[in-house]
Unconditional design. Structure first.
Length: 187
């Protein structure tokens, strides 16, 4: 039986729960596209994938909390083996750059998944690997029944990171997919 990966493209196309904006881009648009491309690569390698937003217009929930609940409930009900939430970071420091990951606990099975993803993102994009950090306050990490990680692909507030995510989403999809495949022993 194929491993089931739930890819949550963070945020909604419009409020409630729309994402950050920077350098003329919207987080929800960038992560939607990268998620779709990541899913295609994983499926081509025999991995079962479900997307939280199968279309760019998919709107989950009617508030921030109901949007998060819908994502987690969908993954839990589907019986995902792993949950990956995609985001674009933001900072007042426009030179901040790179990819980082959050997990509920550094001792969880999500940590090696996150580490593999960050390693492969660094290889494919050249962006710095900012490491894995525990964050117990993130709903999608707290309430999923499976190991979960939230990946900040790059900084939407950094002109280079933002343009790379927008203009070369395949680099991020390749890094994401290769990280998952390496974690699963399939690369």
């Amino acid at each position: 039986m194929a491993t089931k990966i739930y890819i949550d493209q963070g945020h909604n196309p419009t409020n409630p729960n729309a994402g950050a904006e920077g350098n003329g881009y919207r987080e929800q648009d960038l992560v939607y596209e990268i998620g779709v491309r990541t899913a295609a690569i994983l499926r081509a390698n025999g991995v079962d994938v479900r997307l939280s937003r199968p279309t760019a217009e998919t709107q989950l929930g009617t508030s921030n909390s109901s949007s998060l609940i819908a994502r987690v409930n969908d993954a839990n009900t589907w019986g995902a083996d792993y949950f990956i939430s995609l985001h674009a970071n933001a900072s007042d420091i426009t030179t901040a750059s790179g990819s980082e990951a959050f997990v509920y606990s550094l001792t969880s099975a999500a940590r090696p998944l996150a580490e593999n993803i960050l390693t492969q993102l660094n290889i494919s994009t050249g962006l710095p690997n900012r490491g894995v950090t525990a964050r117990t306050n993130l709903y999608v990490l707290r309430r999923t029944r499976m190991p979960a990680t939230l990946i900040e692909l790059g900084f939407i507030t950094n002109p280079y990171d933002a343009s790379l995510m927008a203009e070369d989403p395949d680099l991020f999809a390749e890094g994401m997919a290769n990280g998952v495949l390496a974690f699963l022993g399939m690369l």
